[in-house]
Write a new protein. Sequence first.
Lengths: 179, 299
Amino acid sequence: MALQALKTGMVQVTCKINGKEYTGMAEPRTLLVHFLRDDLNLTGTHIGCDTGHCGACTIMFNGKALKSCMLLAVQAQGAEILTVEGLAQGDKLHPIQEAFWENHGLQCGYCTPGMLIAGLFLLQRNPDPTEEEIRRGIEGNLCRCTGYVNIVKSIKAAAKKMQELKAQSSQATPTPKSQ
Amino acid sequence: MKYSQGIFSDSYKLTPKKFDYYAATSLDEALSLLQEKEDAKILAGGQSLLALMKLRLAAPQALIDISKIEDLSYVREERGYLAIGALTIHDLIEHNETIRKRFTLLADAASKIGDQQIRNRGTIGGSACHADPAADLPTALLAANAQFVIRGHSGQRVVPAEEFFVDTFTTAVQPNEVLTEIRIPEFPPKTGSGYIKHSRREGDFAIVGVGAVVTLADGNICKDVRIGLGSVAATPIRAKAAEDYLRGKPLDDKTIIEAAERGPQGADPPSDMHGSREYRLEMIKVFIKRTVKLALTRV
């Protein structure tokens, strides 16, 4: 039977975010970004425009970069989500975060959580993108400080870092035998 | 402290009006719910509908979410046509090998929609049913001579593109029906196609969008051609006068320019902040020329 949520009521939403299970209550009309920020206190994901233009609220939703203001919280039932909080491992920044830091890929930082996730989605599909491909990949993310030049540079640098890491780890660990 | 107590209090949020939500697990369930619930709307990718609801331009009483029905997302070659499931996302259409090679105008159009995040969620069926005259896929689908498979309680019917787009934001799909599949009839041999969108910025809606499918006879004689225009009338329209002019003629620059001059016949474009009516009428000519030439390079 279909999941039901009536307008007057609240519905329980359970999903996996950054590897951890979260449960909260949401009205059907609650947007996912508001649920993440206000109910789960995951305020790393920002709200810029609320209308699907700016990309500040970009999250990874079942492996795809999506704008969390263009989804309902109830649609996250059973979903696997990655937000900016899930990028770093303890004190160790994710290579894409390091790259933004080292290349001055942010000024005020408002667009950064969305830029990081959009950049990561691009690099997962295209590990060595050209400048043009990077610019197209972050077309849905607005930045009003940097003029994008250093963001593009950062994603380019992240691509290099991630490829080096991949090469190292495949050298360090022999190819796993099929089990 | 909850952040909603601060500046992000509810009055600062853009929130849709209240509605009942149902996540259908099958098409039959979606159809039953549509029948039962008052003023219910189908929610596919939601990249247009949720935006309208947040701005309170739409306020349905109930949403029936079909996004989790897995078997409505596919691209399949059938005898004589390509079948595309209504829930196939734009990103998949942009990257599908068969579509890129043989139905190139659809890949062109899908690649021009919104941005990566929108293309990761928005669906071809949703774009067709939303029927925004400025959208990219409806124009391309009209040029591709697509057919639309619509399911209702009493069975399914197949509607050609010419009858599918009825008016702005209005299609042949009735309130108790669901669009399930879009079929693109196989193009004949020696056919090329393309779609070009004219907009000020990437990701904007089209000021003018043109889709063309050109089939050649021997030499460079135009055997058949279909040209779709978007953003110039209440629905996507065919540039029939331009098509008629091209058929049977050699496709050289002079002929294409002559045909393009006839492109605006039948168009009734609006004036808005993106471009005046006069500007759009001129751009129809320019972009018919470019799109027919692009399609020719792909024959």
